[in-house]
Design a protein around this ligand. Structure first.
Ligand code: HEC
Length: 215
């Protein structure tokens, strides 16, 4: 028998995930499309804040361009990805995602599955607003041979310095320092498909266990 309390919290989470926040856009864009954009398109389009699309390409050429970088996508997804570029250019921000790790602290495979790039080679994790301090993102299920790299990106699109993802026992950990209250995102990129089983965000206040050491 499934544990009923666990089941009800899963249902609550499912309800939250199934209901993308209605933001300024008239029709909310699903998490999966925003994650696709932030993993596959942002490499070139991140932080474009010109306030408008240039439409140099024309609609057909733009669709073809999106499919070249995003794969064989349904028309609806192509439209959403195009809308996401517009959102980034006009709002000068990442499209809001209706979940944050700072609030939940731990995500398992179900939630992570929604934050995974369509080709499986990356993840885009909205951490939420973090107070100043030292943080560790514990990562489960990442094969050290996957040679994954991480970016810690502020809502302003500035990147925070860090030492990279390092093994720590049978987990891996990404440590970073936040100097001013900032809304943060982590993008993980690997050479091939990866499938994380868990992530956990921990703040390491003074006096807590010593920071993760490089091996
Ligand atoms: C390798 C870099 C690169 C990647 C990856 C990339 N783009 Fe682009 N994209 C460009 C460049 C450069 C242009 C500008 C072409 C032009 O205007 O002549 C462009 C133009 C566009 C345009 C037309 C915008 C306009 O103002 O005319 C859209 C829409 C677009 N990209 C969406 C996407 C989406 C969605 C993805 C992900 C599936 C993506 N791009 C991935 C480089 C990239």
């Amino acid at each position: 028998m499934p544990n009923p309390r666990r089941r009800s919290s899963q249902l609550a989470l499912a309800a939250i995930l199934a209901f993308p926040l209605a933001v300024t856009a008239s029709d909310p864009i699903p998490i999966e499309s925003a994650v696709a954009f932030n993993t596959q398109c942002a490499r070139c389009h991140e932080g474009e804040c010109s306030g408008r699309l240039s439409f140099h390409l024309g609609e057909d050429a733009a669709d073809e361009h999106i499919r070249r970088h995003g794969g064989a996508l349904p028309v609806e997804t192509v439209r959403q990805l195009s809308e996401l570029l517009r959102y980034m250019k006009v709002q000068c921000a990442f499209y809001p995602l209706p979940l944050t790790l700072a609030r939940d602290r731990i995500w398992g495979g179900d939630t992570l599955g929604r934050l995974r790039a369509p080709d499986g080679t990356g993840y885009f994790l909205p951490l939420g607003l973090l107070a100043p301090g030292l943080y560790r993102l514990w990562i489960d299920g990442l094969d050290p041979g996957a040679r994954a790299s991480a970016e810690v990106i502020a809502a302003s699109f500035d990147q925070l310095d860090h030492q990279g993802i390092v093994p720590a026992g049978n987990r891996q950990v990404l440590a970073f320092q936040v100097d001013a209250p900032t809304e943060l995102y982590v993008r993980i990129t690997a050479q091939g498909p990866i499938a994380l089983t868990g992530v956990e965000l921990a703040s390491a206040s003074a006096g807590a266990s010593s920071p993760a050491q490089e091996p």
